[in-house]
Design a protein around this ligand. Structure first.
Ligand SMILES: NC(=O)C1=CN([C@@H]2O[C@H](COP(=O)(O)OP(=O)(O)OC[C@H]3O[C@@H](n4cnc5c(N)ncnc54)[C@H](OP(=O)(O)O)[C@@H]3O)[C@@H](O)[C@H]2O)C=CC1
Ligand SMILES: CC(=O)[C@@H](O)[C@H](O)COP(=O)(O)O
Ligand SMILES: [Mn+2]
Length: 409
């Protein structure tokens, strides 16, 4: 590995050429960003936002997509690049040999980037609870986080929020609903909040019966009506586990009780969520369904600059609809709410079971309804325990994964 670069490249005013850093004094828009999960749906849209505001990219990380990572490294000239899969390290290093970039790998590499305060903010957009340790590492280092990786909060929300508060680290929500809630909370008194209204699209199977869901295919489940996203979250949207994970994410981000969270199915995904205050005023955040809006808000908060997306035309929609979710057919939602009501490691168990079950569904090993059944069974069979440390979370996650693997085998 070559010698790391100047460790304080952003401290001074510099205007630089040919791939070195541009940092203008007093220019708050020109943030330096590190992205974990840069090759995914959120990662690439984050880079679009960064490109449109000429932000600096300090570091990039992916799982195993060497082609995309190489291309991103050539365009954005980061100081550090990490590939999680160690078997891909030598190839990436060789491909980037002509660039002044430090190439890292594995969890060590992710945590190196997460703790590097040459960046102003870390976007955590990896998929799965593998994102928890980098999140905790960024918090220990005192680095602010734009958090898309909801599994981090589902599995270890108590640890994350406690440590962020202790360190004074800001966690900006990227998830569209949570960004909406965060936006609706601005300028109002938190103690006067009555409840939040978390909207759900209902996914591709809205209105279907369990019998109709028995033989749906992977392609059917990946056909989300409004959003183009990575495979795992798209399946979660189809089972409504995504809304269950978001219920738990909202609980931790905004310090709510389960009773303060209402889920409403809103098929158009235009109202991204709403909050109701004690005076019965409901404030909603709306916009076209495009993740670049919440990503940009997280990165530029509190600024509201032009975003590379479309303006919302309400008359193009005409009608916006709101309905109750069907928790009997979409049992994942019920299971996730039961898990956070139980507390401790229960949400982590449901999350771990769901991650393995979704992967099994995507590879054709189980059927669609098995996902919810496995998550529920894991929660029933594995006793929930208190979370005091990261190891407590990891133990529960491992048990849940083993349980599902053994049940499927
Ligand atoms: N997509 C969306 O619109 C939304 C997503 N989210 C949340 O954001 C997160 C990311 O979702 P999305 O972008 O859709 O997912 P994708 O599957 O599109 O992308 C996942 C990204 O994470 C990388 N990755 C996976 N595992 C690791 C690892 N161990 N180490 C480093 N990188 C890793 C992947 O790399 P590689 O390409 O090499 O596999 C890829 O860059 C999820 O938690 C999701 O729930 C939240 C709201 C909306
Ligand atoms: C874009 C985003 O934030 C997703 O989490 C979205 O919410 C998925 O849609 P569902 O409402 O169908 O889960
Ligand atoms: Mn969401």
């Amino acid at each position: 590995m070559h010698k790391p670069h100047d460790v304080r490249p952003f401290a001074l005013h510099r205007v630089v050429f040919m791939g070195t850093w541009i940092k203008k004094e007093n220019d708050k828009m020109k943030k330096a960003i590190s992205i974990l999960g840069s090759t995914g749906s959120i990662g690439t849209q984050s880079l679009e936002v960064a490109r449109s505001h000429e932000m600096q990219i300090y570091a990039l990380a992916a799982n195993r997509n060497v082609d995309a990572l190489e291309q991103q490294a050539r365009e954005f000239l980061p100081k550090k690049v990490c590939i999680f899969e160690t078997e891909k390290y030598a190839e990436l290093k060789q491909r980037l040999a002509d660039l002044p970039v430090q190439v890292l790998c594995g969890m060590e590499g992710l945590c190196d980037i997460a703790s590097d305060k040459n960046a102003d903010i870390l976007i955590n957009s990896v998929v799965g609870m593998v994102g928890l340790l980098p999140t905790l590492t960024a918090i220990s280092a005192g680095l602010d986080i734009a958090l898309a990786n909801k599994e981090t909060l589902v599995a270890g929300g108590s640890l994350v929020m406690e440590q962020a508060a202790k360190k004074g680290v800001r966690i900006y929500p990227v998830d569209s609903e949570h960004s909406a809630i965060f936006q609706c909370l601005q300028g109002n008194r938190r103690e006067q909040l009555h409840k939040i209204i978390l909207t759900a699209s209902g996914g591709p199977f809205f209105g279907k019966t369990r019998q109709e869901l028995e033989h749906v295919t992977v392609a059917d489940a990946l056909n989300h009506p409004n959003w183009s996203m990575g495979n795992k979250i798209t399946i979660d949207s189809a089972t409504l586990m995504n809304k269950g994970l978001e219920f738990i994410e909202a609980k931790w981000l905004f310090d709510l009780t389960p009773e303060q969270i209402e889920i409403v199915v809103h098929r158009q995904s235009v109202v991204h969520s709403a909050v109701e205050y004690q005076d019965c005023s409901v404030i909603a955040q709306m916009g076209v369904p495009d993740m670049k809006i919440p990503i940009q808000y997280a990165l530029l908060y509190p600024e509201r600059l032009p975003c590379p997306t479309k303006h919302l035309s309400l008359t193009d929609y005409g009608t916006l609809t709101f309905e109750k979710p069907d928790m009997e057919t979409f049992s994942c939602l019920k299971t996730a709410i039961a898990a956070i009501t139980t507390g401790g490691t229960a949400p982590c168990i449901v999350n771990g079971a769901n991650e393995v079950a979704v992967a099994a569904f995507l590879s054709g090993k189980i059927r669609f309804l098995d996902i919810g059944a496995l998550a529920q069974k894991a929660m029933e069979m594995i006793p929930a325990t208190k979370i005091e440390t990261y190891e407590d979370v990891m133990r529960a996650d491992t048990k849940a994964r083993e349980f599902v693997r053994n049940t499927i085998a």
